[in-house]
Write a protein of this length. Structure first.
Length: 241
């Protein structure tokens, strides 16, 4: 019996290494094996700990989340297909900032949104970069939250707006980091490929997936981290409300 559970734990671990998650509806056997047997959970938690990962079980899925120090299966933008047009680390961190803005829009305790248009997202990135970079304590915030806000602002406003008619200005065919709309759309592609957001081409807007809801509500958004994120955006959150 123990041998069978060890084999089952190994199968679960292999599946998590391949895809990062096991969905209950698609792989009920492995999901239930983990959810219902404490010894399987202990085995998997040991394997995850040795791999510098955390496990998260929700009612719909089991996730394996690499920690920041994980240099094997953690995220490396230089190897990611969606980041091939990123030429330097400033653009990479600008992309992360855009993702942070998206997350704040969906999970802010002040005025969370169910969806947001790409056009409005571009405007919010601009307003929030300007507001954050102009704060009297901008340098102190940069040191505390590991964001060089002023450099990101300079990089953003150095990028081009798309000339032409309204359709072209919205940049629906633009994915290059050369353009502001391109930066935002590139991050939307990345988050879509990671199954974190759903993009409506007809409405040109995004909304969070159940996977993103699970990860944010049960793992990333503890009260301390949520307060940190909101403190970065506090001025513009009040302005946008």
């Amino acid at each position: 019996m123990m041998e069978e559970k060890i084999k089952g734990a190994t199968k679960i671990y292999y599946q998590l290494l391949k895809g990062g998650e096991i969905k209950r509806i698609l792989n009920k056997e492995l999901y239930n094996l983990y959810a219902n047997y404490s010894d399987v959970q202990e085995t998997l938690k040991f394997m995850a700990e040795e791999s510098k990962c955390d496990l998260l079980l929700t009612t719909d899925a089991l996730y394996m989340i690499p920690r920041p120090e994980n240099d094997i299966i953690g995220f490396n933008y230089k190897n990611d297909e969606d980041f091939k047009s990123v030429k330097d680390e400033t653009d990479y961190y600008l992309g992360l900032y855009i993702i942070t803005v998206i997350i704040n829009e969906f999970y802010s305790s002040i005025s969370p949104m169910e969806f947001i248009s790409v056009n409005e997202l571009v405007k919010k990135v601009e307003r929030r970069l300007e507001a954050a970079a102009s704060k009297d304590d901008a340098e102190e915030l940069e040191n505390e939250y590991k964001y060089n806000i002023r450099s990101l602002k300079d990089a953003w406003f150095a990028k081009e707006n798309i000339p032409g008619d309204k359709e072209e200005r919205l940049g629906k065919q633009t994915w290059s980091f050369q353009y502001r709309y391109g930066c935002v759309r590139k991050m939307i592609i990345f988050m879509t490929n990671q199954e974190l957001v759903l993009y409506s081409k007809e409405d040109d807007e995004i909304r969070p997936t159940q996977k993103l809801n699970d990860l944010m509500n049960y793992y990333f958004l503890d009260n301390r981290r949520k307060a940190e994120i909101e403190s970065i955006f506090f001025d513009t959150i009040r302005e946008d409300a």
